[in-house]
Design a protein around this ligand. Structure first.
Ligand code: EPZ
Length: 454
C-alpha cells in the first residue's frame, strides 16, 4: 500500500486543468451495454474506479479500445471506444463489484438490453450504509421481477421487455444519483413513457442523459426532478466529451485557499459549481471566472471556463449543509471541513446525504483541529495552525481532506492508505508537486526505513 509524505506549509500555486468527471464517466461507460453501436467517450479520467468499470464491461462482452496515455501529466485527451461483441453474459461478479460500488450502474442497461441482469449486491462502505432499494423499486415499476439469491440481485424483464411507468425515486435522503442513472438508462429501451419523479438533478445525470439522447433516446426534463423518457426500439453509437470533474476542481481550489496559493484552474465546470462556490466565497475564497457562455445557453452542455482562485485574508467561518444539487455536494464536505479548521471562528457543517460521512474528523483532530461532532453535524472551531501528524485515509473524499490539511499544516504529515484517494484523483501527488507542494508517494513498508513517525 502507498502513503503520502507531505511537508506542509508551501502554497499550492500555478495552473491546473481539471480532468473528466469520474462520476459522469462511470454510468456513461455502462451505457455501452445499451447498444451494439460504438461509443466514443473522450476526457475519460484514468482512475482505479474507471479501470474497474472497464474490467467489468470487458467481462460482460464489451470490446474496449483504451489508448495508452503515455508518460507526463495530461488532463484531456484519453478517448475510450467501446462496442458490445458478446451479449450472452449478464452476471456482474462479486470480485469486481465489491471493488467499486458504481458497478451497480450496469444493472439498468443490462436488464433493458439483455432482458436479465445478475449483480452482486453492493455492501456498505466507509461513508455509511449504501442501500439500492430505490434502484430495485424503480426497475420493478418498469415490470422487472427482482429477487435476491446468494448475495446477488437478479432482475428479469417480463416477456416483451420493460414497460414505461411512473417511478418515484425519493428516499429518506432525497433522490438517488446512480438510481436515476439506472432507471433513466433502462427506460430508454422500455415500451412507452416513463416518468421519473424526484429524479436526481446532478450535472453528471444531465451529462449521461445527453449521451443517451445522442444515441437516439427520447428524454426531456434533464436537470429537473421530473425526467420523462419515451422508449425507443434501439439505440445507436455516439461520441461525447465527458464533463469536467466538479469535485476535483473544488478540491484543488480549496488546496490553493488553504495554503495561501493562487491557482488558475482550466476546464472549470461553471454551472456545476455556482452554488457551492457562492458559499465558499463567504469563507473568503476568491474565485474569478473567465469568459464563458451565458448560463441559459440552450442545449444543456456543460459550460467550461478558466477560474482564478485565491484567498487574501484569513478564512472566515461559515455554516454549510450538504444537499442534493444545486446545494453543496457531500463529495466536497470533507475538503471544506478541513479548510474550515483554519477559519477565524466557529463553523457548522451538517451532512444531509450521508450522515455518517465524518471519518476525517478524528484524523484532523490529530493534526490539532478542534471539532465537536453531534450526529450529522460538526462544529469546527478554527485554529491558527494545523500541525503535521501520521493519519489514516478511510474513504476517497476523507483522504482528500487529509491531504489538504497536510499541505497547510506545519511540519510533516503522513497519509496512509492513499489507494482510497487514487480511486478518484488522478496522480494527485504529481500534480501537487508541479504546483509547488512537497509531497512524496512511498510504500508504507518503506516508512520505517525512512524513519518517518507512524
Ligand atoms: C453518487 O453515489 C456518487 N457516486 C457519490 O460519490 C455521491 O456521494 C452520491 O452520489 C451523492 O451525491 C457516483 O456517482 C459513482 P445516492 P450514489 O444513491 O448514487 C440513499 C464519491 O466520493 N439511498 O445518490 O450511490 C443513500 O444511502 C462518491 O465520488 C437510499 O436510501 O448515491 C444516500 O443517503 C461517493 N436508497 C442518499 O440516498 C437507494 O436505493 C444518496 O445516495 C439509494 C440511495
Amino acid at each position: 500500500m502507498d502513503a503520502f509524505v507531505i511537508e506542509g506549509g508551501r502554497p499550492v500555486s500555478g495552473r491546473f486543468e481539471v480532468h473528466g468527471s469520474k462520476n459522469a464517466a462511470l454510468p456513461m461507460l455502462a451505457a455501452a451495454l445499451l447498444t451494439d453501436g460504438p461509443l466514443e467517450l473522450s476526457d475519460v479520467p484514468k482512475l482505479q474506479d474507471i479501470q474497474n468499470m472497464l474490467r467489468l464491461l470487458a467481462e460482460l462482452g464489451v470490446e474496449i479500445d483504451e489508448p495508452d496515455d503515455g508518460p507526463g501529466l495530461r488532463a484531456g485527451g484519453r478517448t475510450i471506444r467501446t462496442r458490445v461483441t458478446d451479449a450472452s453474459q449478464s452476471h456482474a461478479r462479486y470480485d469486481i463489484v465489491r471493488t467499486m460500488r458504481a458497478g451497480v450502474c450496469v444493472l439498468g442497461p443490462m436488464l433493458a438490453r439483455r432482458g436479465e441482469a445478475r449483480i452482486s449486491m453492493p455492501g456498505g462502505c466507509a461513508i455509511g450504509p449504501r442501500p439500492i432499494d430505490l434502484h430495485l423499486k424503480g426497475l420493478a415499476a418498469l415490470g422487472a421481477s427482482v429477487s435476491l439469491s446468494n448475495g446477488d440481485v437478479i432482475a428479469k424483464a417480463p416477456a416483451g421487455g420493460l414497460r414505461g411507468a411512473t417511478v418515484f425515486l425519493g428516499g429518506p435522503f432525497g433522490s438517488t444519483v446512480l438510481g436515476t442513472a439506472n432507471i433513466m438508462s433502462a427506460a430508454t429501451l422500455a415500451r412507452g413513457r416513463t416518468v421519473i419523479e424526484s429524479a436526481a438533478c446532478e450535472p453528471e445525470i444531465v451529462d449521461l442523459g445527453r449521451l443517451l439522447i445522442s444515441m437516439g433516446a427520447r428524454i426531456s426534463g434533464l436537470g429537473t426532478p421530473r425526467i420523462v423518457v419515451d422508449g425507443v426500439a434501439e439505440l445507436g453509437g455516439a461520441t461525447r466529451r465527458i464533463m469536467p470533474d466538479r469535485i476535483e476542481a473544488g478540491t484543488y481550489a480549496m488546496a490553493a485557499a488553504m495554503t495561501g496559493g493562487e491557482l488558475t484552474i482550466a476546464n472549470w465546470p461553471v454551472d456545476a459549481l455556482l452554488g457551492p462556490f457562492e458559499m465558499l466565497r463567504a469563507a473568503g475564497l476568491e474565485v474569478e471566472l473567465g469568459e464563458h457562455e451565458p448560463l441559459d445557453t440552450p442545449g444543456g452542455d456543460p459550460i467550461r471556463t478558466t477560474a482564478f482562485v485565491r484567498r487574501t485574508e484569513r478564512l472566515r467561518p461559515i455554516e454549510l449543509t450538504t444537499q442534493p444539487f444545486p446545494g453543496f455536494p457531500t463529495d466536497l464536505q470533507a475538503q471544506a471541513l478541513a479548510m474550515l479548521t483554519l477559519a477565524d471562528g466557529n463553523s457548522i457543517i451538517t451532512e444531509k446525504i450521508f450522515p455518517e460521512r465524518f471519518l476525517h474528523v478524528a484524523e484532523l483532530m490529530r493534526m490539532g483541529a478542534r471539532i465537536i461532532r453531534h450526529g450529522p453535524t460538526a462544529v469546527v472551531s478554527g485554529v491558527p495552525k494545523l500541525v503535521g501528524a501520521p493519519v489514516m485515509a478511510s474513504d476517497l473524499r476523507a483522504s482528500a481532506g487529509l491531504v489538504l490539511a497536510g499541505l497547510a499544516a506545519r511540519g510533516q504529515t503522513v497519509v496512509r492508505r492513499v489507494y482510497h484517494l487514487d480511486r478518484g484523483y488522478q496522480r494527485m501527488d504529481e500534480y501537487l508537486t508541479g504546483l509547488g507542494a512537497k509531497i512524496e508517494r512511498v510504500k508504507e513498508e518503506a516508512l520505517e526505513e525512512l524513519a518517518v513517525p507512524v
